[in-house]
Design a protein around this ligand. Structure first.
Ligand code: MN
Length: 334
């Protein structure tokens, strides 16, 4: 009996462990980053601050549907999340990236020729990139981060965000997949540098492992998340998607009322979508054709609805339009 009880406890602890986030170990000792970042700052920053974001995130997710979501999903749709989830998922992601790209000089690996070329092409030199990033960090008022990211059109981008936001989030204007970051919260430097953010920004560059940043650059270029971000920036697609979801899903369970009320709106949004300028990498003939088809179907649905067509017919037509919409979504990822 006792054995069973303990087995059950073990099983339950594993289960909750597998569904929650935990603090990633640092690759180096707390004092390995000296003299640029002192051991005490590293330890408090990692073991206390980062841990607190994780603890609060796990607490906020526990027992909710969000437990099943990936970190990318939590971040991507930050505008739909509570402030607690937004701040703490960002806090966990951002610090994990920050630790990952830092290394003592003796352990650093070299930048790849691909990343070096991209930097030279876009920023002229590593020095001017550094100046641009430090400007972003210096002008960030209050707490936040400065980023180097890969954008959906596969360019490099320097940006900064407040608090624990980051470029993956749909609440930021300049979006992409971050491959490098600097934490400019006071807790990152105050013990050693006090209010001198500039001195910390001068020192931190000694700790950047460009080999790791290069690996992240190569991975980001092929990450399907880039397409997700690009699609999410296509406002007409997002707007249509909303109305489609809110009319089709009730129709699936034989509730045609939302569709009957909003068929004109659905039609209007489908026309706006078909006429919209798509993001660069989604500018494909197959998508344009599918969007025209979708518009035709939505026009027909509205016509049938105005003629008081039966629920069965409306359901069949909205299901077909929804299928076409899925074709569009699929084409976005080809
Ligand atoms: Mn921090």
């Amino acid at each position: 009996m006792k054995f069973l009880f303990y087995s059950l406890c073990f099983f339950l602890s594993l289960k909750s462990f597998s569904q929650s986030y935990s603090l990633p170990a640092l690759k180096y000792a707390y004092n390995a980053y000296e003299p640029w970042i002192d051991a005490q700052t590293m330890e408090i920053h990692h073991a206390k601050h980062h841990q607190a974001y994780i603890t609060n995130l796990n607490k906020a997710l526990a027992g909710t549907k969000m437990e099943a979501l990936s970190m990318n999903d939590l971040l991507m749709y930050a505008s739909f999340r509570s402030d607690i989830v937004r701040n703490n998922s960002g806090g966990h992601f951002n610090h994990s990236l920050f630790w990952d790209i830092l290394a003592p000089i003796a352990s650093q690996s070299l930048i790849s020729s691909e990343l070096a070329e991209a930097i030279n092409l876009q920023f002229k030199s590593m020095d001017s990139l550094r100046i641009k990033i430090n400007q972003g960090a210096t002008t960030r008022f209050g707490s936040g981060w400065v980023w180097l990211s890969v954008t959906p059109d596969k360019k490099l981008m320097v940006s900064s965000t407040a608090n624990q936001d980051n470029p993956i989030m749909d609440i930021t204007k300049e979006r992409g997949i971050p491959i490098f970051c600097i934490d400019v919260w006071e807790h990152a430097y105050y013990l050693k540098y006090q209010n001198k953010r500039g001195d910390y920004l001068g020192a931190i560059w000694n700790l950047v492992d460009w080999g790791i940043v290069s690996q992240k650059y190569a991975a980001a270029l092929n990450d399907p998340l880039l397409v997700e971000i690009e699609k999410d920036n296509w406002m007409e697609l997002k707007e249509f998607h909303k109305v489609m979801a809110q009319t089709f899903h009730p129709a699936e369970t034989d509730n045609l009322e939302p569709l009957k009320k909003r068929s004109a709106e659905l039609m209007a949004k489908s026309s706006l979508l078909a006429a919209s300028v798509s993001p660069k990498s989604l500018d494909k003939p197959a998508i344009k054709i599918a969007l025209k088809q979708l518009e035709k179907q939505c026009i027909e649905i509205n016509k049938l609805n105005n003629k008081k067509a039966s629920n069965a017919i409306l359901k069949k037509k909205i299901t077909a339009a929804h299928d076409t919409f899925h074709v569009v979504q699929g084409l976005c990822h080809d």
